[in-house]
Design a protein around this ligand. Structure first.
Ligand code: NAI
Ligand SMILES: O=C(O)C1=N[C@H](C(=O)O)C[C@H](O)C1
Length: 260
């Protein structure tokens, strides 16, 4: 049995993942952490220090993080300062900047951890990314403009979404465009604009639009619940465990056929 730690336990995603973990025959919930509490089965939830956290993580095989930037920083600091034995990580938290991601990558190399950055754990988004890259490679040289629009619930703290930035960056790996997130004036010729809507209880919608002079193509993904993110997170927790230690991975490294 693979033992799982849930960082961001009390959150929307934390609770969704917990429900699925309870039914999973290969993964076992070992414990969780939120901003103020350590949750260990059979014990009263308690306040904790970084030392307590690392002690609890000792027994864990995979750490799944769905918290926020401060939460991600907290678990990073705890792991770095207290020299945790090699673990596997699935980082679902979004909004991390390049500095934070690089710090995690260095830590992986130093400590022999395996880590996957997964700003969207739905398998459909992985496919959306691959298809967007292919479409961009054909359509951008033909003069089509590419823009991304995303919608999320009113409580989301980061904007644009991690997924929208991921889609934009991965498209720009294939075509020579520059991502723009705060356009106020005229669209530049080499831009890929990213736009965010916030409201209601939208689970997560992303649309990549390829806008030509005489026709338009689009590829979109709509989450119909949070269950798909939670299911994907558990599949990816199993996937990351099989990867090489001391390495970090991104969603493009994941072959959908390996998850079936
Ligand atoms: N990768 C994916 O497919 C998805 C990623 N997300 C991302 O996951 C993150 C969480 O999303 P939600 O569950 O909707 O948010 P939420 O606000 O419901 O939950 C966040 C959780 O983080 C905890 N937290 C805050 N500060 C912390 C700290 N210092 N230490 C430990 N825990 C801390 C809070 O107590 C709370 O339990 C966000 O970054 C969101 O963008 C959300 C859905 C899907
Ligand atoms: O906060 C959310 O809810 C979501 N966040 C992720 C993101 O920022 O892309 C993934 C998903 O769209 C839901």
């Amino acid at each position: 049995m693979t033992k799982v730690w849930l960082h961001g336990y009390h959150g929307r995603m934390g609770q969704e993942i917990l429900h699925l973990l309870e039914e999973d025959s290969h993964l076992k919930f070992l414990g969780g952490s939120s901003r103020n509490q350590l949750i260990l089965p059979g014990r009263e939830p308690n306040g904790y220090s970084p030392n307590d956290l690392v002690e609890s993580l000792g027994e864990t095989d995979v750490i799944i993080d769905f918290s926020n930037i401060a939460g991600n920083q907290a678990i990073f600091k705890a792991c770095k300062t207290h020299k945790l034995e090699p673990k596997a990580f699935v980082i679902g938290t979004t909004g991390l900047d390049r500095g934070a991601r690089n710090a995690w990558k260095d830590l992986c190399r130093e400590a022999g951890h395996r880590l996957l950055f997964a700003p969207n754990t739905s398998l459909g988004v992985l496919l959306t990314m691959k298809m967007s890259q292919q479409m961009a490679q054909v359509l951008s040289p033909m003069g089509f403009d590419i823009e991304i629009i995303e919608s999320h619930h009113r409580n989301k703290v980061d904007s644009p979404s991690g997924t929208a930035m991921f889609l934009a960056d991965r498209i720009c790996d294939k075509v020579d465009l520059k991502v723009s997130t705060h356009r106020t004036g005229k669209r530049e010729a080499n831009e890929l604009g990213v736009f965010a809507l916030r409201g209601g209880s939208v689970f997560g919608e992303h649309e990549v639009r390829f806008m030509g002079d005489h026709e338009e193509l689009a590829i979109s993904h709509r989450a119909l619940s949070r269950t798909l993110f939670a299911k994907g997170a558990l599949l990816l927790a199993k996937w990351i465990q099989k990867q090489k230690p001391g390495q970090h991975y991104g969603l493009p490294d994941v072959d959908l056929n390996d998850l079936a």
